[in-house]
Design a protein around this ligand. Structure first.
Ligand SMILES: NC(=O)c1ccc[n+]([C@@H]2O[C@H](COP(=O)([O-])OP(=O)(O)OC[C@H]3O[C@@H](n4cnc5c(N)ncnc54)[C@H](O)[C@@H]3O)[C@@H](O)[C@H]2O)c1
Length: 408
């Protein structure tokens, strides 16, 4: 299949592009490099030394003999070029990773909120409008998030995107219909993913576009079969307070003897997936695209759920790291229960990678190998959801706290 991977230079996009290419698909990466510029803005870098996109692609060709094309294009701003690209490529599928994806970054300041809204919503809408304008029969696979459901301890296994509601009409007769599961976004970033869903609903109904929205859990891990083939293919590993995902942060923190920073009580339960399963899910979603017609197909791209304090305990038991509870910068419930269905992807053949020691150790090894690249000043999360959270954190800062074993 001919596949465009929008955002193919990122943490999920790069290993997905390699996996699709390894499976014989014809892959073109579209990326404007903004994620690398955000590293510069934040004064941080990937824990792993990632090569430039062109070096990565050259290395892939050298190691496997497979070619990936690359196009520098901003999907939110270069609409005409996007239309030209679709007309020239006529892809069978488009995977859309090209969004600002960090909740803390989206909450840093009014500028960051506005950038996240502008980039994510305009980008998504441009893709949809361009597909209609060009008239190409393609299947759009979008990366959404489990965060659209909110974290409210609903007494149900979260369904995959839709909820059946029953309501009485004015004569008292009962009716049922399926609606998008009511969203409860916990940040401006999550808000963009909630709004993306409405764009998809409209374009599927109005223009008959074939769309799959993957509600992905928090991704952990670094390497996949393909990125491990050569050091020049290594995947990004974010450990900083804005972009680091919770488990990867714990693994990096433990590698340098920094306490595992648990936000609040640690009673928050979240859904997780290993990066190796992410790339398989993307392929399964694409290869089953002919089954998508009519309403948007929503699949929960998760393999398990865990309480944050349990994850900290697990990492601590493997690595001996200490645990520090810090004031929660986010406005969220102290604790919640979470259980969600993932029948769609299991039905397509996903064989989940469970959180097990082997893979955790692999990530700790990587973190230890590159520990000298960690800037401990970038580890704490300093994005606060509101002034109350900032004030609570400032009060905690004034209390004595254990210092990291090594600092840079
Ligand atoms: N990483 C996770 O844990 C996670 C969890 C759930 C969902 N997701 C979703 O998966 C997708 C990919 O996440 P990621 O972790 O790989 O993020 P990432 O920031 O590492 O990668 C995103 C890529 O998109 C590019 N990009 C952003 N805006 C663009 C634009 N306007 N035009 C062209 N390129 C653009 C960036 O340069 C970057 O290479 C995101 O949509 C994210 O919301 C990620």
């Amino acid at each position: 299949m001919r596949i465009l991977v929008l955002g193919g230079d990122g943490f999920c996009g790069w290993p997905s592009a390699l996996h699709l290419s390894a499976c014989g698909h014809h892959v073109t990466i579209v990326d404007n490099g903004v994620r690398r510029r955000i590293d510069e803005e934040l004064g941080v870098r990937s824990l792993t030394p990632i090569r430039s996109l062109s070096e990565r692609i050259e290395a892939w060709a050298e190691v496997t003999g497979r070619r990936i094309a690359m196009i520098d294009l901003d999907v939110a701003r270069n609409y005409d070029e996007l239309v030209e690209l679709l007309a020239a490529e006529r892809p069978d599928a488009i995977v859309h990773f090209a969004e600002q994806r960090a909740a803390p970054y989206s909450m840093k300041s009014p500028q960051h909120k506005r950038y996240t809204i502008d980039n994510n919503l305009t980008g998504t809408h441009n893709v949809l409008a361009a597909v209609v304008q060009v008239g190409v029969d393609t299947h759009l696979v979008h990366l959404g998030t489990m965060g659209v459901y909110g974290y409210e301890s609903a007494p149900v296994d979260l369904p995959e995107g839709y909820l059946t509601v029953t309501y009485p009409d004015r004569d008292g007769n009962s009716h049922s219909r399926e609606i998008l599961y009511p969203t409860q976004p916990g940040s401006v970033y999550h808000l963009t993913k909630s709004l993306d869903q409405l764009l998809f609903q409209f374009y599927a109904r109005n223009d008959g576009l074939r769309i799959t929205d993957l509600h992905q859990g928090i991704v952990w891990g670094t390497q996949t079969e393909e990125t491990a083939l050569d050091v020049r293919l290594i995947n990004r590993f974010d450990y900083d307070g804005d972009y680091g995902t919770v488990l990867n942060r714990f693994l990096a923190q433990s590698a340098i003897g920094y306490p595992l920073t648990v936000h609040g009580t640690g009673g928050q339960t979240r859904a997780f997936i290993n990066i190796r399963d992410t790339v398989r899910c993307i392929r399964l979603a694409i290869e089953s695209g002919s089954r998508v017609s009519g309403r948007v197909r929503v699949m929960n791209q998760i393999t398990e759920t865990h309480r944050i304090s349990d994850l900290a305990d697990l990492v601590s038991s493997i690595t001996g790291a200490s645990i520090e509870r810090v004031a929660n910068p986010r406005a969220e419930a102290d604790k919640n229960l979470l259980s969600a269905r993932n029948d769609h992807l299991l039905g397509l053949g996903l064989n989940p990678t469970r959180l097990e020691t082997g893979l955790l150790e692999e990530s700790v090894d990587i973190a230890q190998k590159y520990a000298d690249r960690i800037d401990t000043g970038r580890v704490p999360c300093t994005s606060y959801w509101n002034e109350t959270r900032r004030a609570a954190a400032t009060r905690r800062e004034e209390e004595p706290r254990p210092s990291p074993r090594s600092t840079k």
